[in-house]
Design a protein around this ligand. Structure first.
Ligand code: F6R
Length: 365
């Protein structure tokens, strides 16, 4: 049932605040502000490193997770798309654990990676939506994302719920490894608890602007997304979402890679969507933006209030979100990215919930 929405994708975008709040309550004690104990089959305090494998959007949530596990838990993370991971002949040892992220829990390459790690004797964790799935069944520890059924082929709420779960797990790992104090843990959790309310606010606030902007975006043939830090996986996710439902060619790049190739593409026919909250990387990303502007590139600047105030560059559009803590920025900044892809596709008249050539669950390699 789509409720009042035109498409399942739109419904799934708008239900994120409520769904994430529900998912978070499984991982976080809202009353005490502590992370709840999770399945002990993975001992985050004892492992030497973590290997993550997944496909598509789930891979990109894992890439954000890598930044969190490394920052908050000082836990080295090895991550790859499952179709490469399974054949790379990665040397693994029993003091590592492996984490597989999959909405459906049935993706063939992800499952094959899981079985490879299992044969090597690693403890296996699964971040899944479908709890009765093969990947959940074969894992030692299951971390449900509790997103409810996702009907739209393009993943939205499963992505942000994966992020929320990975954030909670990385904080828990930080506690277990002694790299986060109790005070730091409480502070991070406080931001997670505030997140659903901020998401609702953002969804209401940005919708009209994004709907207008999508008309402009639909006139272009190619779009580039840039970001640094956890905004880098978001740039990849933005490009993936746009191409899969609007069929506009889009690429995501780490902003620092711009001058190593993609800058050759920049002209007035190539809008560049820059995802840059006012974080540790902001100044560096702004200097990449200057390089784009100097070559006549059109910039769509997705930032926060501080970032909007700090940049004087002329843009095609600036989408200004509230200032939020770094730990929740990836979830908050997912919203304009999803809405921009959604409205652009609607404007172009594509089959948003069932884009051509794509299947919701990819059970063959
Ligand atoms: C993109 C999308 C796909 C899936 C990928 C993995 O919007 O939905 O990229 O993320 O096929 O699927 P799961 O998570 O079921 O393993």
């Amino acid at each position: 049932d789509k409720g009042n929405h035109r498409h399942f994708m739109e419904k799934e975008i708008y239900e994120q605040p409520e769904i994430i709040s529900h998912a978070l309550s499984h991982y976080v004690d809202f009353a005490t502000g502590a992370i709840r104990e999770q399945d002990k089959a993975i001992d985050f305090g004892a492992i030497r490193s973590l290997a993550i494998s997944a496909c598509g959007t789930a891979f990109l949530s894992g890439l954000v997770g890598k930044y969190w596990f490394e920052r908050y838990a000082r836990l080295p993370v090895e991550i790859d798309v499952a179709s490469e991971f399974r054949y790379r002949e990665i040397p693994l040892s029993k003091d590592q654990a492996a984490l597989f992220i999959s909405q459906s829990g049935e993706t063939a390459d992800t499952l094959a990676s899981l079985r490879y790690c299992k044969d090597e004797g690693l403890a296996i964790g699964a971040v899944v939506n479908v709890k009765e799935s093969t990947i959940a069944r074969e894992a030692d520890a299951v971390f449900p994302i509790l997103a409810g059924p996702e009907i739209g082929v393009a993943s939205t709420k499963a992505f942000t719920c994966q992020l929320a779960v990975l954030a909670a797990l990385s904080i828990q790992a930080g506690r277990a490894r002694g790299t986060l104090s109790e005070v730091q843990e409480k502070e991070l959790v406080r931001h997670l608890i505030e997140m659903p309310r901020i998401m609702s606010h953002v969804l209401n606030q940005i919708q009209p602007q994004i709907e207008l902007l999508s008309r402009d975006l639909s006139r272009f043939k190619d779009v580039l997304y840039l970001g640094r830090g956890t905004s880098y996986p978001l740039a990849l996710e933005g490009a993936l979402k746009l191409k899969e439902i609007s069929y506009i060619h889009a690429e995501g790049y780490a902003a620092g890679e711009l001058k190593h190739g993609p800058i050759a593409l920049i002209d007035e026919k190539m809008p560049v969507i820059v995802i840059a909250p006012h974080d540790r990387f902001f100044e560096k990303t702004v200097s990449n933006m200057q390089e784009v502007a100097a070559r006549g590139g059109k910039i769509i600047f997705v930032t926060d209030e501080k970032g909007a105030a700090a940049s004087k560059l002329e843009t095609m559009a600036t989408i200004t979100l509230p200032n939020v803590d770094e730990v929740i920025a990836p979830m908050i900044f997912s919203l304009p990215i999803q809405l921009l892809a959604y409205h652009t596709a609607v404007f172009m008249g594509t089959d948003v919930d069932q884009p051509r050539n794509l299947a919701k669950s990819v059970t063959v390699e």
